[in-house]
Design a protein around this ligand. Structure first.
Ligand code: B12
Ligand code: SF4
Length: 576
């Protein structure tokens, strides 16, 4: 730790970079299981052609860039070579964002920075910064453990308390299922705050931010105003709320609903929330708020593997109630917990499969640095010091010694769990179409609807018709006869209610089939790996408004298919 920056000697040019690719391959810096895709990595990975494919930018970097007054280049998903080229431009500060499994990449980037741009101050941030003694393991000047915006502002001699600016970004890029791109640009990203007060022992997002919630948008009005601005800029009224437990602040969510009703502007939201917060807010209120997707950590069935947030919750009933109202449920569970044995683990897998959620995430219990679980395992000498950080991604090995799950047995259980959910409950795409249709029927059956519910019903109708187009592909690539029969029956029911598809819709379905066949061939001959493109976004310091002035996307060398959708979106997305 050496260099500092004061107001007199303020750096003007910053490079903020994510770690370099390729991702999800076995090489000196990473592992093939560590894929840079949320669902294909840990939710729909066993669902073959029907796996949900999309990529997320390294959002934290854009949040930092738009909230400081400096010339900033954000380099997202660079190659190692591209990062080296950028370093030659001689930045005052090089900020590297990384998570634990990407430790080696961050270390290599710091080494390259010292070599190519020795004058630069190196700042490390992101969840990898929580690694014990990282300041000694990586040659750097500063390590930011926790919230970064206020830290960076102070570091640059700027006022940490000036109003927060929310960047305008798409939640995901290159979204596709069965090789068919999702129609239209992705939902908008909304980050009302970071952290969670619940402090579940394994949860690094809660512990990393000091078991506190740091609100960027603390009132319902602020959330609404920000959402309105972003929606107007991007022309999309749908948001993914990247907040660990959005409904925990009951009042803010209620006020947001009141603002939407007052302005008659009915956004829709996808969000993470704990079961207790969902229950306290009420499923009916969720429908009014326009929540169409909720990610809930049910974790396990019995009391042993559960947490305060699930106390007294009937997970199966709650899941059904949500799906009956048209809300897509992602149920998340943790395997190989300390109480699990070869004999009882199947009970928890069956519990999670038996919830009949739309999507299920299975994760191996991973004591990540900074969590209470990590401290506990360290104290008890359970942590696997021999396992390099590249393996700390939660999909293959346990990072602690568990007598019941030696060697690669954890991976066998997790793969079997994903497969079982797929075979029993069919593809997530099938389930999602069914849920949305259920939501429409529920509202249509009400004797009375006010203006808000009328809009919600029309939204369900539109989405049912849009999603139904994929049912022929679900049928064609079904995992078994049960799914085939289910998909055909659902298609018939939708036709019965809304009529036969139009000529235009038939043409759309034909094109989707052609794209799916192309994707199948691509997977057979080249594998199903997709590397994110390198995205370079420049932000100019500007007294009035800090905005991205340019954005370029460089296809990664191994990507074969066209990237124009991503590039169009990025150009729109980068005006902060
Ligand atoms: C989006 C996301 C992803 C995206 C990645 C996008 C990308 N381009 O990297 C996807 C879905 C692909 C993904 C994948 C994985 N992820 Co992920 N992901 C997230 C998620 C949900 C949101 C991150 C986010 O944008 N937050 C909002 C922004 C504003 O916050 P932030 O990133 O933390 O940034 C703030 C500070 O950390 C800090 N900061 C961040 N970077 C920097 C840099 C500098 C220089 C400074 C000063 C400050 C700073 O300032 C920011 C503002 O306060 C988090 C959970 C969460 N809610 O945070 C997990 C999380 C980061 N992922 C995690 C993990 C483990 C993974 C995976 C290994 C999969 C898995 N098994 O869970 C893979 C790895 C993929 C790979 N090859 O690297 C862990 C990290 C754990 C750890 N201790 O390292 C988290 C915390 C989830 C968890 N398990 O609790 N992930
Ligand atoms: S409720 Fe969810 S976000 Fe909050 S601490 Fe527990 S696991 Fe983490």
């Amino acid at each position: 730790m050496s260099k500092t920056t004061s107001q007199e000697n303020r750096p003007q040019r910053l490079l903020l970079s994510s770690v370099f690719g390729p991702f999800g391959v076995d090489d000196a810096y990473g592992r093939k299981e560590n894929i840079m895709e949320l669902f294909h990595n840990q939710v729909t990975k066993a669902q073959e052609m029907g796996s949900w494919r999309f990529q997320h930018r390294s959002f934290g970097l854009y949040f930092l860039a738009v909230n400081i007054n400096a010339d900033v280049t954000v380099l997202d998903f660079p190659t190692r070579k591209r990062f080296m080229r950028e370093l030659k431009k001689g930045y005052d500060v090089v900020g590297i964002s990384f998570i634990t499994p990407n430790f080696v990449k961050a270390k290599e980037m710091a080494r390259l920075t010292r070599q190519i741009s020795p004058e630069s101050t190196i700042v490390l941030g992101g969840h990898g910064a929580a690694i014990d003694g990282v300041e000694h393991l990586i040659d750097c000047d500063h390590v930011v453990k926790g919230e970064g915006i206020r830290w960076l502002r102070s570091f640059l001699g700027q006022d940490p308390d000036v109003p927060f600016v929310h960047p305008t970004l798409s939640i995901a890029e290159r979204q596709a299922i069965f090789g068919v791109p999702f129609p239209g640009p992705g939902a908008n990203l909304l980050v009302p705050g970071v952290g969670c007060v619940n402090g579940c022992k394994f949860c690094c997002t809660s512990h990393f931010f000091g078991r506190r919630y740091t609100a960027y948008l603390s009132t319902g009005k602020q959330v609404f105003d920000t959402a309105q601005r972003i929606a107007d800029e991007r022309g999309i009224d749908e948001f993914f709320i990247m907040d660990e437990n959005f409904l925990k602040d009951h009042q803010r969510a209620q006020d947001l609903l009141a603002e939407m009703e007052r302005h008659q502007r009915y956004f829709t939201f996808q969000l993470f929330s704990s079961a207790e917060a969902v229950t306290a807010f009420g499923v009916g209120n969720l429908v009014r708020l326009g929540v169409n997707f909720v990610w809930i950590g049910f974790e396990a069935s019995g009391r042993k593997g559960n947490f305060e947030k699930n106390k007294g919750i009937d997970a199966k009933r709650l899941t059904k109630e949500l799906r009956d109202r048209g809300i897509i449920v992602l149920a998340s569970g943790i395997l190989c917990q300390e109480h699990h044995t070869q004999e009882n683990i199947q009970t928890d897998i069956d519990f999670l499969v038996g919830l009949e959620a739309d999507l299920v995430q299975f994760m191996l219990l991973t004591p990540l640095p900074v969590t209470a679980l990590y401290q506990d395992h360290r104290r008890r000498g359970l942590l696997r010091q021999d396992l390099p950080f590249e393996e700390w991604h939660g999909q293959k090995y346990l990072t602690f010694r568990h007598p019941e799950f030696p060697g690669d047995s954890a991976e066998k259980w997790i793969m079997a769990a994903f497969r079982k959910d797929y075979e029993v409950n069919s593809s997530s795409m099938y389930r999602v179409v069914e849920t949305v249709f259920r939501g429409y029927r529920h509202l249509a059956a009400l004797p009375r609807r006010d203006a808000c519910l009328e809009v919600r019903m029309q939204q369900f109708r539109r989405r049912t018709l849009q999603y139904a187009g994929i049912l022929p592909l679900v049928t064609r690539y079904a995992v078994n006869e049960i799914e085939r029969a289910r998909a055909m029956a659902l298609d018939r029911e939708i036709v019965k209610l809304f009529g036969e598809p139009s000529m235009k819709e038939r043409l759309r379905r034909f094109i989707m089939l052609a794209l799916a066949m192309r994707w199948k061939l691509r997977c057979r001959f080249f594998g199903d790996g997709i590397q994110p493109s390198t995205i370079v976004t420049k932000f100019k310091s500007d007294a009035k408004n800090i905005a991205a002035v340019s954005s370029t996307i460089v296809p990664s060398p191994s990507v074969k298919e066209p990237l124009e959708t991503a590039s169009r979106k990025a150009a729109v997305a980068s005006h902060g």
